[in-house]
Design a protein around this ligand. Structure first.
Ligand code: GLN
Length: 265
């Protein structure tokens, strides 16, 4: 079933993958014959793309914060929007000395890897999906050069008794309706990583803000990515759970994307 068109960039990447040649090599050798195996591989990859599989899954890789990350259909594909969450966490890190940092709902590990790489500090990570967690640990080890403290479990379940200066999270937050309306590429991603629960998509975020104080050090900070339509509700939840210094950060597209606050001591 062909549902998706193949744009020029996708086609170039597919040629690169099938031939093993760089774009320049392909362009400089228009006469070069390619064998049948290469042709059928290129056609098979093109069919995958046209059936709605995102290029990142076809390539098995996506760049985030300038770092190469392995992605599979068990992880969300890291979005440029999420770089805002990393920026916020990095700014918050200046408030603490050698902060202990947790990336909750890590998925591919993108946020943890970007923070650990920039700060040269270890970042803890966890996820409810065993398959995602193993990709995250692999991405961390590949980019940081050591194994992370990576724990399996729902939200804070694996962190009983632990305290962090910064908790950064990009949890599932789409409403069922937003998910239904979303483009085909997003439908290829795990819905577990996307749909937040409740009519407003905020069920998981509500639990995170409610439970976070138990896992934050005194004066610790919680930073959450959400949709711009959820910022006001999130601010209300932050306030009702006793957080202070609540602020909002816009993404590169100018939309409010990250909300963060500090635990009152
Ligand atoms: N921003 C993502 C999207 O719109 C959602 C990410 C998430 O739910 N954590 O597809």
């Amino acid at each position: 079933m062909l549902l998706h068109s193949l744009d020029a960039l996708d086609a170039r990447i597919i040629l690169r993958m099938a031939t093993g040649m760089s774009d320049i090599e392909v362009l400089m050798n228009p006469e070069r014959e390619i064998d049948e195996g290469t042709v059928s591989m290129a056609l098979a990859l093109a069919d995958e793309r046209r059936s709605g599989i995102p290029m990142a899954y076809i390539m098995g890789e996506k760049e985030f914060y300038g770092l190469p990350l392995k992605v599979t259909e068990d992880t969300l594909i890291p979005r440029p929007d999420t770089e805002t969450l990393v920026d916020v966490a990095l700014r918050l890190s200046e408030l603490y000395q050698r902060p202990r940092i947790l990336d909750l709902c890590t998925g591919s590990g993108a946020v943890a890897v970007a923070i650990a790489h920039t700060l040269s500090l270890p970042v803890c990570l966890s996820d409810v999906s065993e398959k995602a967690l193993s990709i995250a640990a692999e991405n961390y080890e590949r980019n940081i050069g050591r194994k992370p403290d990576a724990r399996l479990g729902s939200l804070f379940e694996p962190w009983s008794g632990e305290h962090f200066d910064i908790i950064a999270t990009n949890p599932p937050y789409l409403t069922e309706l937003w998910y239904e309306e979303t483009e085909l590429d997003v439908k290829a991603e795990p819905s577990l990583a996307l749909i937040g629960g409740g009519a407003d998509g905020l069920d998981l975020i509500r639990r995170i803000i409610h439970e976070a104080p138990d896992y934050l050090a005194e004066d610790g900070s919680l930073a959450i990515e959400c949709d711009f339509r959820q910022i006001e509700s999130c601010a209300r939840i932050f306030r009702s759970e006793g957080f202070s210094s609540i602020s909002v950060e816009k993404d590169a597209a100018g939309k409010e994307r990250v909300i963060y606050g500090r635990r009152l001591s």
